[in-house]
Design a binder for this molecule. Structure first.
Ligand SMILES: Nc1ncnc2c1ncn2[C@@H]1O[C@H](COP(=O)(O)OP(=O)(O)O)[C@@H](O)[C@H]1O
Ligand SMILES: [Mg+2]
Length: 532
């Protein structure tokens, strides 16, 4: 049998250069002459070792001949006919090295010269980025003008060592009742937000940013592979709520190249590291890492790396582990990076490749269920499947005490909930359990973009767990909550309580307030009822 073997065109650099079209070569020589005239030190660049030639280009992948000294992750400069373009080396082969173009590859043609920069890829960082929407290269994509920052951080930095870390010890308040009580997050933690599409993942992440107002936490939102319109909407929301002064949005949208989407989370992390090293607390949201993995799969396949499970390359675990390892709580300063990666599942399948990887890398997950979402229980956090492994060490002590009984009652309710659906006649004890459970479930419902202060959360939880809601009908629970917040804000106790409730549950004052409010609420219940 005759094997139809493809001729190997690229056996020798010279052959290939000779193959280049004459016009192209002339152009390149002209370009080179110009370069030499402009730059007297041109030859000091160890000229020949650092010079390569584009062999072929397509889908953002550039194969380069002659760069024997190239390093993985090194930047190269490609001399196109217009502006020089940047590439990132990702593959070192025996015959050629491959780089990915970091912007459009339409100007890059075979035969063009490529220079090694002897620099690992780094991106601009600094205070000037606050309030801006940038691409993963740190270039502005909003209309607020140039960013003048000189500092740069390595895109792929080494994660802080064990010695310089301290255990998670300060709580990061999200302002979301169900998260702060059941799956508390601490500064320096990595908590995954996982769920199907349109279950409120992004909303939880954004509410957390909104709640950091006045709390000295820098927030970096990295959008990967989302629609431009979604990113615009997010930027508008943060702007309208006055949250941009402590936030940065790093966006590689679905219309950007796979290489930009691939570097986006590392870029966001590098920007965060600048603030962490200055002793500030940073929250980084990667929305979402499923799309990040897909962009890496695309690059890997184009680089001809062998595909493995679900088509992903073998090092896809390392892709996310090296990113999330960079989240840390530093021991010497207050500096920390908290990571909230987002993963989108398909039909609730958490056992797919990427979800299992990221679940095993993070310190817990907030699991969102579409079934709860459609039933109107939003945020649709599943209390049974969500966990936070290190956050409870940092949780507000008062909430922590109450969260135990809340979890227990919710679990008991879940056990008997199915009976109610089947229409069985229930005994009195079970009826009470179901009534309480339904109220507790309703109590955790919260509108998006309305984070609640931890003191208010404490008082409301206390009311629910100590029978103050027993006389309130189920459909009035949320009205009760709203009116309660209004009521306590008007009293003189509110400001002192905000401070005291961080450490101690002042039962006497809270009971007094709740009893007063009960009288007020029951007197006016008809008026509230009409407003439903
Ligand atoms: N707590 C909430 N209450 C009411 N609606 C919500 C809540 N959270 C999210 N939503 C709605 O659900 C939809 C999807 O939310 P989004 O956060 O974009 O989901 P995902 O990021 O999971 O795709 C949005 O239209 C949003 O308004
Ligand atoms: Mg989303």
């Amino acid at each position: 049998m005759k094997i139809n073997k493809k001729p190997n065109i690229i056996t020798d650099t010279n052959v290939n250069v000779n193959n280049l079209q004459n016009s192209q070569r002339k152009e390149n020589i002209k370009d080179l002459n110009q370069k030499i005239k402009n730059n007297k030190n041109f030859f000091s660049r160890k000229f020949f070792k650092d010079l390569g030639i584009v062999e072929s280009v397509g889908d953002g992948i550039i194969n380069i001949l002659g760069l024997q000294k190239a390093a993985n992750g090194e930047m190269v400069e490609i001399c196109t006919n217009k502006k020089n373009q940047k590439g990132l080396i990702l593959n070192l082969g025996p015959k050629w090295v491959s780089a990915v173009a970091l912007s459009s590859d339409s100007e890059i043609k075979p035969g063009q010269f490529v220079f090694l920069t002897h620099e690992l890829m780094s991106i601009p960082v600094g205070d000037d980025l606050l309030g801006r929407v940038v691409n993963p290269l740190g270039e502005p994509i909003d209309d607020k003008g140039n960013i003048n920052t000189k500092a740069k951080n390595l895109l792929e930095a080494r994660a802080p060592s064990i010695i310089v870390r301290s255990p998670v010890n300060t709580s990061l308040e999200t302002g979301i009742k169900v998260v702060d009580s059941l799956v508390p997050i601490g500064h320096g933690q990595r908590e995954l937000i996982i769920g199907d599409s349109k279950t409120g993942k992004t909303s939880i992440a954004l509410d957390t940013i909104l709640n950091q107002r006045g709390k000295d936490t820098i927030c970096i939102y990295v959008a990967i592979g989302q629609k431009r319109s979604s990113v615009a909407r997010i930027a508008k929301l943060l702007n309208d709520k006055n949250c941009m002064d402590y936030s940065i949005i790093v966006a590689a949208t679905a219309s950007d190249s796979a290489s930009l989407q691939y570097i986006a989370p590392y870029s966001g992390c590098a920007m965060g590291e600048y603030f962490m090293e200055k002793g500030l607390r940073v929250l980084v949201i990667y929305d979402d890492l499923s799309k990040h993995a897909v962009s890496y799969r695309q690059l890997s396949l184009l680089l001809r790396r062998p595909p493995g499970r679900e088509g992903f390359p073998g090092d896809v675990f390392y892709l996310h582990s090296r990113l999330l390892e960079r989240a840390a709580n530093l021991a010497k300063s207050e500096g920390s990076i908290t990571a909230l990666p987002v993963i989108e599942t398909i039909q609730g399948d958490v056992s797919a490749y990427i979800p299992t990887n990221v679940i095993s890398i993070t310190d817990g997950q907030i699991f969102l269920e579409s079934e709860l979402f459609t039933r109107g229980i939003r945020p649709a956090v599943s209390p049974g499947l969500s966990v936070s492994r290190v956050g409870s060490a940092a949780q507000n002590k008062v909430i922590k005490k109450m969260a135990g009984s809340l979890k227990l009652e919710l679990a008991q309710f879940r056990e008997v909930e199915d009976f109610t659906k089947l229409g069985f006649v229930l005994d009195d004890v079970t009826k009470r359990l179901v009534d309480r459970g339904e109220k507790l479930t309703r109590l955790l419902v919260q509108n998006r973009s309305e984070p609640i202060d931890i003191a208010e959360q404490t008082i409301f939880l206390y009311a629910a767990l100590n029978g103050f809601l027993d006389e309130i009908p189920l459909n009035m629970v949320n009205i009760y909550e709203k009116e309660l917040y209004k009521f306590i804000k008007k009293t003189i106790f509110y400001e002192p309580l905000k401070i005291v409730l961080r450490d101690n549950l002042e039962i006497d004052i809270i009971n007094f307030l709740l009893n007063q409010f009960k009288i007020f609420f029951l007197l006016n219940i008809d008026i509230f009822n009409k407003n439903i």
